[in-house]
Write a protein that binds this ligand. Structure first.
Ligand SMILES: [Zn+2]
Length: 273
């Protein structure tokens, strides 16, 4: 029995990419006899909006995706993140950072992503409201077996440097919040798009630092391909579920469009029994 989750951010309406993810999440849970938790990832307080959340929940219900239990909001879970941060702090794993984004951009990139060079790691700055908090990543490789794309090897300390836990606006970061949530909620299979594959190693390392002896397993699925999506947007105006509904499509049409937009491979998820 697995526990997985569907976790949209209420920073926009539901679109075809969400539907592809939902199909993988609910289909995998159904096949494995597992459950699906619904988590509203509103950790970004500046960009999240209640009307987007309402719209997402309404579209999900219309599509027939039903979660096991009521939705949980990250904005209601500050105590979880405070506790997780406290744990890291007690272990001497966090430090305050006064760098602006400009400082980090000027320090240069490592490959495709922006890497924090550790400028403040030995400054011993006090934690104040206008400073960010970072966690020290171990300088070790992280290897894991993705359930769809196979064995992966990553070196997070080289890819991104010490990870942001909370930014200078007081927002918990995506990486930190989801890792603490998955731990707290007992999520043991994370199903998400391939665009997030490069951040998995750091989440596994963070999960261990938060005391999770057995980090979750991961399944990264293909994204909506541009060609069918463009075709779709030509015939229906957009890939937003709102627009597709307004154009007269039914739930089955939207699911069919999602299946057509991404060639769903045969899952390699092994039966655990
Ligand atoms: Zn810094």
């Amino acid at each position: 029995m697995i526990t997985t989750r569907f976790a949209p951010a209420p920073t926009g309406h539901l679109h075809l990419g969400h539907v592809v993810n939902a199909l993988y999440v609910w289909e995998t849970a159904r096949r494995e006899g597992g459950r699906v938790l619904l988590r509203i990832e509103d950790h970004d307080r500046q960009r999240s909006r209640p009307d987007y959340e309402a719209s997402i929940l309404e579209d999900l219900a219309w599509l027939g995706f039903t979660a096991d239990g009521p939705p949980v909001r990250q904005s209601d879970r500050t105590h979880i993140y405070d506790r997780a941060l406290g744990r890291l702090r007690e272990a001497g794993l966090v430090y305050a950072c006064e760098c602006s984004r400009r400082d980090i951009v000027d320090a240069g990139r490592s490959g495709a992503e922006l890497r924090y060079p550790g400028t403040c790691s030995s400054k011993g700055l006090a934690e104040t409201r206008d400073r960010a908090i970072r966690v020290r990543l171990p300088p070790s490789e992280e290897a894991f077996d993705d359930l769809l794309v196979g064995r992966q090897r990553q070196l997070p300390s080289d890819q991104c440097g010490d990870l942001l836990v909370r930014d200078r606006n007081g927002n918990w970061t995506y990486q930190f919040a989801v890792t603490a949530d998955d731990h707290d909620q007992g999520v043991d299979l994370v199903i998400r798009g391939l665009d997030l594959l490069q951040s998995t190693g750091r989440q596994i390392q963070l999960a261990r630092m938060l005391g999770r002896a057995e980090p979750p397993r991961f399944m990264h699925h293909p994204l909506v391909m541009s060609t069918p999506a463009q075709k779709l947007s030509k015939s229906h105006g957009a890939t937003g579920i709102r627009q597709m509904r307004a154009a007269g499509l039914g739930p089955d049409d939207v699911v069919a469009a999602a299946l057509a937009a991404v060639k769903l491979p045969t899952s390699k998820l092994q039966n655990s029994n």
